[in-house]
Write a protein that binds this ligand. Structure first.
Ligand code: ADP
Ligand code: ZN
Ligand code: ZN
Length: 734
């Protein structure tokens, strides 16, 4: 076809396609086809297949000979979904993170828009009662309180949207399916409800909260970055809600990023009820169609509020008004593979381009954000009091050198749990390891179960009777005896959440014990059931990992026991201290949210460790100050800048060769230093040998300059094609 294209004038578009190549590709626009604007998706031939790319520019003359210029196959969008601002921010991100633009754009688009299919419509799914269902409800013998029964009740007053059922009756889908088979309920698609619930007012703000609102109200149409530093329960969410309310009233859109939604349906409900608008929700637990619908609602400007996890930072906002990043310190904002962006940092880039305020909220701000606030780049606003009468928890340290452990828990901690339950309250036992025991060891010869592909101990999962590697997922049965000496004295070492659950059950047989970790919340149904149960305010013990550190409001929770945090005290990762301090403060913040004061018991073999002493004496602020000073002296972020070249290969010689060559291929200029080749923190994973090179610099500019010239040379190294490598700018784990 290209042969008989008219000689001139020919429209040429530059298209970014989702392939790991830095450049965009030129295509001809066939005569008669309207020239697609920047940001439009187009179907184009690429290699031997068709792919979907995004128009990123127009060219006068093609970079290839006219005869070889291929025509675009189809223009998929009459007008671009990606706004000029978003496209610009993504181009910036592609340069900053040194990741191909085509793949960056692919990450920004919802799955449904990455193919040439037509995007879903605006309809929403609505469930209603059939006549048979209505009759069934009248049957006096029906079983009350079951989920199907509650679903029938929900629908009795009229049709209800699926999104609302998600909020009101977690786990309703299974019930809906069985009721539908019986012909009791039905489902149809209707245009999105035009009459949302009415907003309900919040409490009057206190002085500190009002100051934050005033700071934004003073300059609503400018880039104003605000670090909102307030302990858990100090009323940050109330501030967001107030700001979002004003934003909606001005006819603008608010984008709110949160670390996790699936486990915090309460937050979504609170937003809906307070703001009285439909909220577009975006997280990875949604189906492809639901995600696309929310994304498109934002892109059309229909959704006044978008609430989402990391990748929601890529939502187009044609009527932008406000960005919020809740729990801005949370590591889930950093994408750890492929396009390794940081959603908080991109939120700042976008807010600046959009000229809107951006609020970063946290009880434990990242050192990066604190340094920015200190340098005057962000406004630093505080919420120092817990709202209402809630008081901060008391911190008790249990010295494990003096306390014999009762199966992972020291006597004072057990006594505190007993006392808490006796007061009619709830206790949380926190342990950042799932499974039964982190190590299975032979007492006779010292053998321990190791993952052959990772050189790390395998975790014993007793309920499933398996040894599982938490790094690569490898599984094997538990051996009946020691494979090394044949003895029978193989014993679990240490305590994971599964074992703590057993220990607590034996010690407190009269109390319900709920374990919440990745193993017990894997299926949506199990997770919903557990979350349902959390609303119960009767005395109980919760055992769990990180998952429990955030989210759910537990009004009756007044005691937190941190079982073991010692690994974090001696990690080689320079961010370990910051992470541990954040974790302790965040978990502690779960206690005493209502009027009861909370207690925190922390078990450690190192009660005199400076981190704990500082935290105990001056709280997170004092710890952050001390850690910032250490970073300043070591010229580490936020006072230095890093990039990490990671590589892995089955063949260690190949790995070594590649990384050594990468270190030599281009000398680092003044102010930039290369360190390596080094082995990775996990030198082997899933059978691959892993290594890295650290690039350090005093300033961002020279680092970027060096990467720009160095990376193409790294890519051209002969070994580069035989192994996997990647670049991580501003890495969060070294
Ligand atoms: P955070 O987001 O900082 O954890 P929240 O905004 O969730 O805090 O507030 C914690 C609790 O205090 C909530 O129950 C909230 O309704 C209540 N609260 C917040 N601000 C006020 C206020 N100004 N007056 C009364 N109650 C408030
Ligand atoms: Zn042995
Ligand atoms: Zn493994």
């Amino acid at each position: 076809m290209s042969d008989d294209l008219p000689a001139a004038p020919q429209a040429i578009v530059r298209v970014a396609v989702p392939v790991p190549l830095a450049q965009a590709f030129d295509y001809a626009v066939p005569a008669g086809v309207p020239i697609p604007a920047r940001g439009c998706r187009v179907r184009v031939p690429f290699g031997r297949r068709d792919t979907v790319g995004v128009v990123v520019g127009h060219a006068e003359a093609a970079a290839v000979a006219p005869g070889r210029l291929k025509p675009i196959g189809e223009v998929l969008d009459p007008a671009p979904w990606l706004t000029e601002e978003l496209l610009g921010s993504l181009e910036w991100a592609s340069r900053y993170y040194h990741h191909p633009l085509g793949e960056v754009l692919e990450a920004a688009l919802p799955q449904a828009l990455r193919s040439a299919r037509t995007p879903p419509t605006e309809d929403e799914e609505v469930w209603f009662l059939e006549d048979a269902g209505r009759q069934a409800r009248e049957n006096p013998g029906r079983r009350r309180g079951t989920r199907p029964d509650r679903l029938l009740d929900q629908l009795a007053e009229g049709a209800v949207a699926a999104a609302l059922l998600d909020l009101r009756l977690p786990g309703w889908r299974a019930a809906a399916r069985s009721l539908r088979q019986r012909g009791w309920v039905g489902c149809r698609r209707v245009p999105v409800a035009s009459a949302p619930p009415r907003p309900s007012p919040g409490p009057p703000l206190n002085t500190e909260q009002a100051a934050v609102v005033a700071a934004v109200a003073a300059e609503p149409d400018r880039f104003v970055p605000i670090l909102l530093h307030g302990v858990t329960g100090s009323g940050k969410t109330e501030v967001y809600l107030d700001l979002i309310g004003s934003c909606i009233a001005r006819g603008r859109q608010a984008l709110v990023l949160v670390p996790e939604i699936a486990l915090t349906p309460q937050m979504l409900r609170r937003f809906r009820e307070r703001l009285g608008v439909t909220i577009a929700v975006l997280h990875s637990g949604l189906g492809e169609v639901e995600r696309a619908r929310a994304w498109l609602a934002a892109a059309r400007g229909d959704a006044p509020v978008v609430l989402g996890t990391r990748s929601a930072v890529f939502v187009p906002l044609p009527r932008p008004g406000l960005l919020v990043v809740d729990e801005e310190h949370d590591t889930s904002y950093k994408q750890q593979e492929g396009f390794r962006y940081h959603a908080r940092d991109l939120a700042l880039v976008r807010a600046k381009a959009l000229q809107v305020p951006v609020v970063l909220g946290s009880a434990t701000p990242s050192l990066e954000s604190l340094a920015n606030a200190e340098a005057g780049r962000y406004r630093h606003l505080h919420l120092r009091q817990r709202a209402g009468s809630a008081r901060p928890p008391d911190l008790h340290i249990v010295d494990l050198r003096r306390q014999p452990l009762q199966h992972g828990l020291a006597e004072p901690a057990l006594a505190a749990i007993r006392a808490c339950l006796d007061r009619g309250e709830q206790a949380l036992v926190f342990r950042n390891r799932r499974g039964y025991a982190p190590v299975l060891q032979c007492r006779d010869c010292g053998w321990s179960a190791q993952c052959r592909r990772c050189d790390r101990p395998m975790t014993l999962h007793r309920g499933r009777s398996r040894l599982i590697c938490h790094h690569c997922g490898a599984e094997q049965p538990v051996p009946p005896g020691c494979p090394a000496c044949g003895g029978l004295a193989i014993v679990p070492q240490g305590h994971g959440t599964e074992r703590l659950e057993d220990v607590l059950r034996a010690r407190f047989p009269d109390v319900p014990i709920v374990r919440i970790d990745r193993d017990t919340t894997r299926s949506r149904r199990a997770r919903d059931a557990l979350l349902d149960g959390l609303a119960d305010e009767a005395p109980r013990i919760l055992v769990g990992t990180q998952i429990l550190a955030k989210g759910h409001d537990l009004a009756r929770l007044s005691l937190v026991v941190l079982v073991s945090i010692d690994e974090g005290l001696f990690s080689v990762d320079f961010r370990a201290g910051e992470r541990l301090g954040q974790l302790i403060v965040q978990v502690a913040g779960r206690a005493g949210r209502a009027s009861r004061p909370g207690q925190v018991w922390l078990q450690t073999h190192h009660p005199d460790h400076p981190l704990l002493a500082t935290l105990r004496g001056g709280g997170y602020r004092a710890l952050a100050q001390a850690l910032l000073e250490e970073r300043r002296q070591a010229q580490l972020p936020p006072y230095g800048y890093l990039a990490l070249l990671r590589a892995e290969a089955e063949d260690p010689a190949l790995l070594e060769q590649f990384l050594s060559a990468a270190c030599r291929v281009r000398p680092a200029p003044e102010g930039v230093r290369l360190q390596g080749p080094l082995s990775a923190p996990m030198p082997r994973r899933a059978g691959a040998h892993r290594g890295q090179v650290i690039v350090e610099a005093d300033e961002r500019g020279p680092l970027q300059g060096y990467l720009t010239s160095w990376l193409p040379q790294v890519a051209a190294l002969p070994g580069g094609r035989q192994l996997r490598w990647s670049i991580d700018v501003d890495p969060i784990d070294l």
